[in-house]
Design a protein around this ligand. Structure first.
Ligand code: CP
Length: 307
């Protein structure tokens, strides 16, 4: 099989284990390409891709743009700040105006869950969800799983703990879908107020004590406290959160095992991770970022039907 089962990447929920494995095999090849002196291939020449970001981003936007350029696509970038969205233009009008310029693929980040799914019903271009509200962030989950596979040699049977603000995290949901499809044992850990009620229906273990989660897992994927999404007070203070859920290098060293530390970024240093943990030999945080380019190249290439 050399084609994805979907023409959009809206979420990990919609794709199969075979799709994920095909993306990984393709990303292995692209990882070789981007480590060569000549990092560019002509695969997407004459394909035009719009990166449409209605929410802030550093890693995802730069990673997609670099992936597109490495594949020789033509790239245009849109940010809602400074655009006619501020004059009241709708999402559909904005995207239809971009598509009128003969765009083939749209990479979109939006604060509303379901925004890329809505677009996919109304436009012909391939859509890649670059994060929709608290719903899904499929390419982050793919690069996370790809990084675990690279570090540990596989995902099947590995114990992965996702620790932190699960309630507001699109990364958590996409990671759970991806890791479960690939045969991992998944645990979520955080304060009860930051674990959504539906989480137990996803076949994950639940743990409230971070030390127990760390003792159990091969990989700790630590998530940011998303203060910008929190309408209520879910814990008394950042200081208290850090005291009970913050992870230090000493905590990792004391486990006396080869635990792998991950974080999708941006990190709140001193809150969910101390700086010495984030920068320690346990951490593969910058490997995740590097792998993001190869994984996104694979997704773009496969969705463009170039396989
Ligand atoms: N991991 C992630 O989505 O980071 P950005 O918000 O910087 O894109």
């Amino acid at each position: 099989m050399s084609k994805l089962s979907q023409r959009h990447l809206l979420g990990i929920k919609d794709i199969t284990r075979q799709d994920i494995e095909l993306i990984f095999e393709t990303a292995d090849n692209f990882k070789d390409v981007i480590n060569r002196p000549i990092k560019k291939v002509p695969s997407l020449r004459d394909i035009t891709i719009a990166n449409v970001f209605f929410e802030n981003s550093t890693r995802t936007r730069l990673s997609f743009e670099l992936a597109e350029k490495r594949l020789s696509a033509d790239v245009i970038n849109f940010s809602s700040s400074g655009s006619s969205v501020k004059k009241g233009e709708t999402l559909l009008d904005t995207v239809n105006n971009i598509l009128a310029m003969k765009v083939d693929m749209v990479v979109m980040r939006h604060a509303s869950a379901g925004a890329p799914h809505f677009l996919a019903k109304h436009i012909k271009a391939n859509i890649i969800n670059a994060g929709d509200g608290t719903h899904e962030h499929p390419t982050q989950a793919l690069l996370d799983a790809f990084s675990i596979r690279e570090k540990l040699g596989g995902i099947e049977g590995k114990k992965i703990a996702i620790i932190g603000d699960i309630l507001h995290s699109r990364v958590a949901l996409s990671n759970i879908f991806a890791l479960k499809k690939l045969g991992a044992d998944v645990m979520v850990c955080g304060p009860p107020t930051l674990l959504p009620k539906f989480i137990s229906t996803l076949g994950v273990q639940i743990e409230f004590e971070v030390k127990k989660a760390l003792a159990w897992c091969d990989v700790a994927n630590v998530l940011r406290i998303q203060l910008e999404r929190q309408q209520l007070k879910y814990f008394p203070s950042l200081r208290e959160y850090s005291l009970y859920y913050g992870i230090s290098k000493k905590m990792l060293d004391d486990l006396k095992k080869n635990i792998v530390l991950m974080h999708p970024g941006p990190i709140n240093r001193g809150v969910e991770l101390t700086s010495d943990a984030a920068d320690s030999h346990h951490s593969i945080i910058l490997d995740q970022v590097q792998n993001g380019v190869a994984v996104r190249m694979a997704v773009l290439y496969l969705l463009a039907g170039a396989a």
